[in-house]
Design a protein around this ligand. Structure first.
Ligand code: CA
Length: 231
């Protein structure tokens, strides 16, 4: 059985929370989206991504089909200010029994916790490309000035060109999945995230510690996270 806890917070510097999320345990679905675009367009894009994916899973579609449907919905959405593209990341977990499937676009992440923490998604970002090319130390991704440049996003990338990341696996009792936006991972190193998770087995405590730590570290962006723990 999975227990979970969620947090979303505007942070300390932003005037609006453009992150959206949904926890739908009856579908085994947990999803986070990080919108961008200004003029509240990011908020609209992330909400459309979460809602459209949820509808698709409810009618028996896969994560990949649901994410492509969300992409189409956002692309068709009229923009308030055409000077700013309306886009969003998405990261979703579908859990059935002890099996999980994660799908994502952009730099919102999933981590696996099994006593240690490992990132199981690969960011679709400019700095990830630099790391893969051997031009940037992974430790410097968090602070690189161009760290928020994405190589693909829902609403920006043509749906036919989307390369949706997929990773699957099994959860043992005591294992967990953390989904989060870059408002968490820009503020905290993986080691700092792991330290929060190691301190408690209570999901609410763990989620609150993560949020408090991100805000203490600066809270420069909206912070959204979902912590799932297999009991
Ligand atoms: Ca963000």
């Amino acid at each position: 059985m999975v227990v979970f806890s969620t947090r979303t917070d505007i942070g300390l510097k932003r005037g609006i929370n453009e992150d959206s999320m949904a926890a739908v345990p009856e579908l085994g679905l947990w999803v986070i989206a990080d919108g961008m675009g200004g003029h509240e367009q990011g908020e609209v894009a992330s909400r459309l991504a979460v809602e459209t994916l949820q509808e698709n899973i409810r009618t028996g579609k896969t994560l990949e089909v649901g994410i492509r449907a969300a992409s189409n919905v956002i692309i068709r959405q009229p923009t308030v200010n055409p000077a700013f593209a309306m886009g969003t990341t998405v990261v979703a977990a579908l859990v059935e029994g002890n099996h999980y499937c994660i799908a994502w676009v952009g730099d919102s992440r999933a981590y696996l916790w099994n006593g240690g923490l490992s990132q199981i998604t690969i960011d679709h970002s400019y700095v990830q490309g630099l790391v893969e090319a051997g031009e940037l130390d992974p430790a410097d991704m968090r602070t690189h000035p161009d760290r928020s440049l994405l190589t693909q996003a829902l609403g920006v990338t043509d749906t036919r060109d989307l390369q949706i990341g997929i990773v699957e696996g099994d959860l043992l009792p005591g294992n967990g999945l953390l989904l989060c936006t870059d408002g968490l991972t820009d503020e905290l190193t993986d080691d700092e995230i792991a330290a929060c998770l190691a301190q408690t087995t209570d999901p609410e405590d763990a989620a609150q510690k993560l949020l408090d730590s991100a805000l203490s570290a600066g809270g420069k962006d909206n912070v959204t996270l979902i912590w799932l723990l297999m009991k």
